[in-house]
Design a protein around this ligand. Sequence first.
Ligand SMILES: [Zn+2]
Length: 195
Amino acid sequence: MTNCALVVVDMLYDFIDGSLACQNAEEAVKQTLRFIDSRTEGNEGAENEILDTFPILFIRDHHPADHCSFKSEGGIWPSHCVAGTHGGDIHKDLQPYVVEELTFDKGCDKTCEQYSGFEGVNNAGQSLGEVLELLDTRDVYVCGIATEYCVRNTCEDLLKAGFRVHLIKDALAWVDAESHMAALSAMSAEGICLE
Ligand SMILES: [Zn+2]
């Protein structure tokens, strides 16, 4: 049997209400919870079974305080998602679904910008792609922040790796409304399904 999985990209406080707050972020969190509820309905009490058939994987932007993407270091972004700060935490309403082995950190090396969740690794050093393969995943649902950057890069890498990619368009947040719409069109044209 081939499984579905959900990948939640960067639903972190700095992108929701912090230094890099994105448009539609609170709504995106709500829609993510709604999607999770719709997928796990009727399975209460069978937690392990849910995890086996519908794992939820989290991507975290996870920077050192002197990361190269920060304006203070010559980059283009304000300081954000510094490891160990509130701004780098996953939204509290999603916390009940967070499993350490299914959480992937990216941007940990100060010299390297990483938009794609595909470049993240979990606490055992496994990549997102490796773990999705181990879970025998075929269809990957993606939601998160921001459409134009980390969501798009993650979706495109998943597609290249051979997964069927479904983007939950109501569960996204963005830096700029126009570039969000342009990114959706581009991804759709590349073969990513907008749900
Ligand atoms: Zn970052």
